[in-house]
Design a protein around this ligand. Sequence first.
Ligand code: GAR
Length: 213
Amino acid sequence: MSSKRETPLRVAVLASGRGSNLQAIIDAIEAGQAKAKIVAVISNKKDAAALERARKHGLPDLFVDPKPFAGRPDGREAYDRALLEVLEKNDVDLVLLAGYMKIVTAVLVNAYANRMMNIHPSLLPAFPGLDVQKKAIEWGCKLSGCTVHFVTEGVDEGPIIIQAAVPILDNDTPETLAARILVQEHKIYPCAVQLFAEGRLRVEGRHVFIDGA
Ligand code: GAR
């Protein structure tokens, strides 16, 4: 677990797409609301808007091409070993998955146990996986939301750090619900980063306790 520290927390963000959660974290850091430094923004997609956002803010961005690893029996692990090399070279303390649409393997999970977070647009453990806003509406849920959790090998299964709930309205579409959830994502992800930076997250089994909450 992280402990009280003098130097800013060194963060890497892994993102595959639009990067609005990355942006929320950049904004929180620039506003002094999260005491952290983004030392790498990494993507498995060359054209990810997240990489462009990083460049705009003068942050190191890196595309790690998955193609050379595809088709190998250990391709997913080998890809993660390449990522791990970058993370270790940059002395990364905390890894943030922010719309990173690739399943991470034990290679990264073990190296960053309780030091890698993910954000997911549902109230886990309901609706892990993809198309979750559509699934929540179709199920007839009255509430949905988002979850920041530590990453374990099971997809969307790790210990929950923070959740925020939003109502599901009768006329919601997956898009309108996703937009309402996203507003909350942009609040809780930077908040989780700051709690980690302050050394206030304590993991006991499946439970994450927030010291001083
Ligand atoms: C966010 O809604 C995030 O919760 C979701 O992808 C979107 C990325 O948006 N992540 C997952 O579904 C992961 N299972 P962003 O690129 O604008 O941050």
